[in-house]
Design a protein around this ligand. Structure first.
Ligand code: HSE
Length: 404
């Protein structure tokens, strides 16, 4: 039997406790032995809850209990998650986390400690909720040179954009519903400003290159500037708008990595990834493109990934599974070198602006019948050239990068 502890009895932590109980037999079969929940660490009391008798408030109880071999961190944030996780690894316990902020900020160090102590630091649930994308990268695709990853990696923003697109919901209404359903971060700014996606694409990029990617170097743009009018143009064009994170291996030794709203056509594999679902496209040099799809947020899907990692830990007692990245730094290319086509929506009449728009090359002019407003889709241009071309242009109402 393996004893486990959960640190943080919030949405995900309580989901883990629920699955450990509900799927007890299947988990024991998979792990080869029972996984018993011994402690739940939280500052709060949960009278009447199924874990009432396991609740503790002092982290040292877990750290010092040699019988606890598996520790789950579902507190979120960096403090005290980081010192607690580090202490558990140093104490020779496997740690499983769903905390992307922790993995993106301290992954290299925690992976190194796990290796030194011959335990494991697993973080499947930190990216893509219940989608097994981390294990796919280090096990299933281990013979591939990964060339590119593009994903819808945030359930909350995908839910919001889907509601705005398909049901004409206002942004605030959709965000409130995502919060009610337990998808959103404690501070939803992390979702809507793209920071959550940024950390997730940083983790996937680090997995791919085997080096540390500083998430602060990843260009990040959220969805707060996307309006219902943009969606009306997208519909006219047979397109949709999704928040995506991309990383691409370059030939100059750098990686291109960015997070931004992308206008994609109906033919794009990510077009049908709606609501809270995430979709991740992985391009390998031999396999070509593959796509991974599933619930990207929410209590049980995310907790399911945590439980799978716990089983993986139980099955690898005394052995560090090779995964992750080293502390060596991976250079991220400046945003200016990345090329896109652009949807540019502006005030005025196209005929009056034609001369000024020449710089955007062969283009499509789009109108949705709105008075004194139109949009174009530019030719593909490096971001730096585009920024220069639009700098003198007046009347721009919105700019969204396009993948046709
Ligand atoms: N807030 C995150 C999301 C939770 O909406 O995707 C899962 O990481």
């Amino acid at each position: 039997m393996k004893n486990a502890a959960i640190m943080g009895y919030g949405t995900i932590g309580s989901g883990v406790a629920e699955i450990l109980e509900e799927n007890k037999d299947a988990i024991a079969r998979a792990a080869g032995e029972e996984i018993r929940l011994k402690y739940v660490l939280d500052l709060r009391e949960f009278p009447g809850s199924p874990v009432e008798d396991k609740l503790i408030h002092d982290f040292k109880v877990i750290e010092q209990d040699r019988d606890v071999e598996l520790v789950v961190e579902t507190m979120g944030g960096l403090n005290p998650a980081y010192p607690f996780v580090k202490a558990c690894l140093l104490a020779g316990k496997h740690v499983v986390t769903s905390n992307k902020a922790l993995v993106a900020a301290h992954g290299s160090e925690l992976l190194a400690i796990a290796k030194e102590k011959q335990v494991n630091f697993f973080f499947e649930a930190s990216v893509g909720g219940g989608i097994p994308i981390i294990r796919t990268l280090y096990e299933c695709l281990m013979g591939e040179e990964i060339q590119e990853i593009t994903g819808i990696l945030n359930g909350t923003t995908n839910f919001i954009l889907t509601k705005m697109d398909k049901e004409a919901w206002a942004f605030d209404k959709a965000l409130k519903e995502a919060q009610r359903l337990g998808y959103a971060e404690r501070n939803p700014e992390a979702d809507v400003e793209g920071h959550d996606t940024c950390r997730k694409i940083a983790i996937l990029t680090s997995m791919t290159v085997g080096k540390e990617v500083n998430y602060e170097e990843i260009y990040t743009e959220g969805i707060t500037r996307i309006t219902d009018t943009d969606f009306q143009y997208a519909e006219k064009l047979g397109m949709s708008i999704k928040l995506t994170g991309t990383s691409r291996i370059r030939t100059d030794g750098m990686v291109s990595a960015y997070v931004l709203p992308l206008m994609i056509s109906r033919d794009h594999p990510l077009y049908s990834v709606n609501d809270v679902f995430n979709g991740i496209l992985v391009k390998g040099n031999m396999l070509g493109t593959s796509m991974y799809y599933g619930s990207g947020a929410g209590k049980l899907p995310t907790a399911s990934a945590v439980v799978a990692d716990m089983i993986h830990g139980a099955k690898n007692a005394g052995r560090n599974v090779k995964l992750g990245w080293s502390a060596e730094k991976q250079a991220v290319a400046p945003m200016g070198v990345n090329a896109f086509r652009y949807f540019i929506r502006m005030a005025g009449q196209p005929e009056e602006c034609l001369a000024k728009l020449m710089v955007f090359g062969p283009r499509e002019v789009v109108s949705i019948g709105k008075l004194n407003e139109f949009a174009i889709i530019s030719k593909e241009m490096p971001e730096a050239d585009f920024k220069e071309a639009v700098s003198g242009l007046e009347g721009i109402r919105s700019v969204i990068r396009v993948e046709l």
